[in-house]
Design a protein around this ligand. Structure first.
Ligand SMILES: *Cc1c(COP(=O)(O)O)cnc(C)c1O
Length: 462
């Protein structure tokens, strides 16, 4: 399997080099040169697999022999052995038309662990195999940072620096990141918002000589390994329903920020998983919803909401979708992205917009509606949603027809976002792992939000 750039200006590379490259050297995003097509017979055979077995089959298609199967199996087993639930990502039935896919049973209680436990182990493997230094640089709106740090803390040959927007992540998220005292971890608290952090990272990575000199590697969802790891649970959840005879019209509703998670679902569908509708849910940062409904992608004013991990204006994975939307035409994407840089927007219409609307339904959830969704789901079904998941569930209600089932992806445990849950007077019990965080000392360095301030810290640390 070759990996290429959405902008077409890098030589094709294999899986490991694609993972190491992160952002493509031409500024585009890395995609597989072709998508494996899964037959009905394969899908039927895979129904019986456990989560790690299924992950191994899917990863094998994309790794394509670069990691011997036995070693890949070991990486997968180590990555999912840290999860608190035997099923890794269990599907819970709420009612006849709504199921919740719980993605939060990993070490940091958010879905990012599913990809980052694997990526952390993969980086450890690559570092050993190639005898190469791995310096991870990432930006987080809260969950990625904690999860990435958890994935590599204390690992030999790896150092990690994570930028988060100072004061704009939840208390639990901050504690999960900053209470880690391993010497290979640096937390930078940046004055600004998540988009500022992400822009700084993107610009530092775009400086290819800086990136090479300091061996910088990415863990943000621009890394193709993350997307591939996230396709697994779409298959897994679909199979759980299919086994109960409910595989006819299965929708997935996905709370969306950087377009990574839902893009993984889009890939699963293109590989042959018969997903009915992909429902894109945003919070009040509704750029992606606006794109689907009106054909205009235009980042605007940042809004703080109850679902901070989705408080994102510039969706870093969106370019991958544009690539497929434009018939895998890298030349067209180069032009579009140049235009975006110049005009600050991307506009589609006519048949292209029709295709977008065939690919996705979309709904933007207001703050009030998010909270009332949490209340009503709790009162009616005794199921407590976190505010991100609540956005997905609100969108699911909107688009699930009578004869359909929607699987709403639950991207975080509610205890991670107790600030919002308390607003509606629901008292939850905090898992002991989270309770224990508040007694620990914190380690972080506050910096102003400029490339210079950040690179100065990096040069000192790496
Ligand atoms: C990261 C995150 C999201 C958004 O996922 P994207 O891949 O950025 O779309 C949603 N919910 C939670 C809890 C997250 O941590």
């Amino acid at each position: 399997m070759d990996y290429i750039s959405t902008r077409g200006k890098i030589a094709p590379v294999g899986f490991i080099d694609a993972v190491l490259m992160g952002l493509a050297d031409d500024g585009g995003l890395i995609v597989p040169s072709h998508l494996p097509q899964l037959s009905e017979a394969t899908l039927r055979a895979w129904q019986q697999l456990s989560y790690p077995e299924l992950a191994l089959e899917l990863f094998s298609l994309f790794v394509d022999g670069e990691i011997p199967r036995e070693e890949l199996k070991q990486l997968v087993d180590e990555s999912y052995g840290t999860f608190r639930d035997d099923e890794v990502t269990p599907v819970r039935r709420v009612n006849n038309s709504l199921h919740i896919l719980e993605l939060f049973h990993g070490p940091t209680f958010a879905f990012k662990d599913i990809a980052l436990q694997f990526l952390g182990n993969l980086y450890g493997y690559i570092s050993k195999k190639r005898n190469s230094t791995i310096h991870i640089l990432g930006a987080t709106s809260g969950d990625t940072g904690a999860s990435a740090i958890e994935g590599v803390r204390g690992k030999e040959g790896i150092r990690i620096c994570i930028l988060h927007p100072h004061g704009k992540v939840s208390k639990v998220q901050e504690l999960q990141m900053t209470t880690v005292d391993d010497a290979n971890v640096l937390n930078l608290a940046v004055d600004g918002n998540f988009d500022d952090c992400q822009r700084i990272i993107k610009e530092l990575f775009a400086d290819v000589s800086f990136k090479q000199q300091y061996h910088l590697r990415a863990i943000n969802s621009i890394n193709i390994a993350r997307i591939l790891a996230q396709t697994v649970y779409y298959f897994y959840a679909y199979f759980q329903l299919a086994k109960q005879g409910q595989g006819e019209k299965v929708n997935f509703s996905v709370p969306t920020g950087n377009f990574g998670d839902i893009f993984a679902g889009y890939l699963a569908k293109r590989m042959g998983l018969p997903i009915h509708k992909l429902i894109l849910a945003t919070n009040e940062n509704n750029i992606l919803e606006h794109f689907v409904t009106a054909g205009v992608y235009q980042p605007g004013e940042f809004r703080g909401t109850h679902s901070p991990s989705m408080d994102i204006q510039v969706a870093s994975n969106f370019e991958r979708y544009l690539y497929y939307l434009n018939g895998e035409d890298a030349g067209a994407i180069s032009g579009l992205m140049d235009g975006f840089k110049r005009d600050g927007q991307i506009v589609v219409n006519g048949a292209v917009l029709e295709q977008v609307q065939a690919d996705f339904a979309a709904y933007a959830v207001k703050n009030d509606e998010c909270l009332s969704e949490i209340s009503s789901c709790y009162n009616e079904y005794g199921y407590l949603l976190d505010p991100h998941t609540a956005c997905g569930v609100a969108a699911a209600h909107r688009f699930t027809a009578e004869d359909e089932v929607t699987v709403a992806l639950s991207t975080a445990h509610p205890a991670k976002f107790d600030e919002a849950i308390r607003l509606i007077d629901i008292k939850q019990t905090t898992p002991v792992e989270i309770q224990a965080l508040s007694d620990k000392p914190q380690f972080q360095t506050r910096v102003v939000g400029t490339n210079e301030a950040v690179s100065e810290q990096l040069v000192r640390f790496f």
